[in-house]
Design a protein around this ligand. Structure first.
Ligand SMILES: Nc1ncnc2c1ncn2[C@@H]1O[C@H](COP(=O)(O)OP(=O)(O)O)[C@@H](O)[C@H]1O
Ligand SMILES: [Mg+2]
Length: 318
């Protein structure tokens, strides 16, 4: 069929007008098509390039302690939770890994500073205190050299802290993570079969907002969320013993909204900080205190959660 010049011109005019009139329609269609192709390409690349989640020989469960913000009490919770896990069931072998390569806290909080010995196979022997096998970048380098590291070096350091260590048989390796939900977390999730994550937050809006993002990230990556710990929400008056709320109680509401378990409320107590700073976790130094009771309750809930997670050794938990 031959079209007259007039018809050709009017079709061209119509198409040009429609394109300029509704650019969104065309671009949206166009993006959708490329999005699907791009998604497929990326998925294929990911499948090819993603490291396989490799268990650590002998380690049944790996549990992350994470939050969005720094300074909310991840390390304090990790140390006291690990100690409490070992204390509620002394037959359990618990390890504590400090994955905060830039700002390790475990050497101070666990009072460990020596350099680890090596086995004949060049594996580092973890340092032990209060019955916990510990590993931290702080045992290997001075703080100054650690902060100058770049991303890739951090990833490789993390891998060494995980796999070049003679962990032996562990029921649970508690991993204290750095602030945020960045490269370290992604690398841990991609490389390790994780049994779960415990989120720690203060009830301040700024901290809660970031934790929400953390929850979304872990859910997307398929990491089971053991629940959330609210830390430093209130203090007890030393004169009248009444509780003074510092930032409200927003964590419970957020946990409800997100459908995750609210595990424990740990008050702000100078004794907890003092014990951390002196290298004797409160669960060890004051096992009968109310604060220790809260960590022990937390440990009980975490142990229960781990029982329901598949062990990396494919047996039931002790
Ligand atoms: N429940 C608490 N009561 C009192 N001080 C606490 C409590 N939790 C944490 N801290 C203190 O707050 C500071 C930050 O805690 P830390 O565990 O290092 O946080 P993060 O690992 O999230 O950066 C430390 O000085 C610690 O001793
Ligand atoms: Mg920390």
């Amino acid at each position: 069929m031959k079209l007259s010049m007039k018809a050709v011109l009017s079709i061209r005019f119509f198409v040009t007008r429609e394109i300029t009139k509704t650019p969104k329609f065309f671009t949206q269609k166009c993006y959708k098509a490329t999005d699907v192709a791009e998604e497929k390409r990326r998925a294929a690349l990911m499948a090819r390039n993603l490291p396989k989640q490799k268990p650590i020989p002998g380690v049944k469960h790996i549990l992350l302690i994470a939050s969005g913000k720094g300074g909310v009490g991840k390390s304090t919770t990790a140390v006291n939770l690990a100690t409490a896990l070992a204390s509620i069931k002394p037959s359990l072998n618990i390890g504590l890994l400090d994955a905060d390569v830039y700002g390790p806290s475990i050497p101070l909080m666990m009072n460990l500073n020596e350099s680890p010995y090596l086995t004949e196979d060049d594996l580092m022997i973890p340092l032990t205190n209060y019955g916990l096998k510990c590993m931290s970048m702080g045992f290997l380098v001075t703080e100054k050299s650690a902060v100058m590291w770049r991303g890739l070096m951090v990833m490789s350091a993390l891998d060494k802290l995980l796999r070049k260590v003679q962990w032996g048989d562990l029921d649970c390796l508690v991993v204290d993570t750095p602030p945020g939900t960045g490269d370290t977390h992604l690398s841990l999730v991609q490389n390790l079969p994780l049994s779960g994550v415990v989120l720690v937050t203060t009830p301040q809006q700024a901290a809660l907002q970031v934790v929400r993002r953390g929850v979304t990230m872990f859910e997307k990556l398929g990491v089971p969320i053991a629940g959330i710990v609210q830390n430093m929400s209130s203090v007890k008056c030393t004169n009248c013993s009444s509780t003074i709320s510092l930032f409200g109680d927003g964590t419970k509401k957020m946990a409800d909204d997100l459908g995750i378990d609210f595990l424990e409320d740990i008050i702000l107590d100078p004794k907890i900080a003092e014990c951390s700073d002196s290298g004797v976790p409160i669960v060890v130094s004051n096992p009968e205190s109310l604060q220790s009771a809260a960590y022990l309750r937390l440990a009980g809930k975490v142990a229960e959660f781990l029982k329901n997670q598949q062990s990396n050794l494919h047996e039931t938990t002790r």
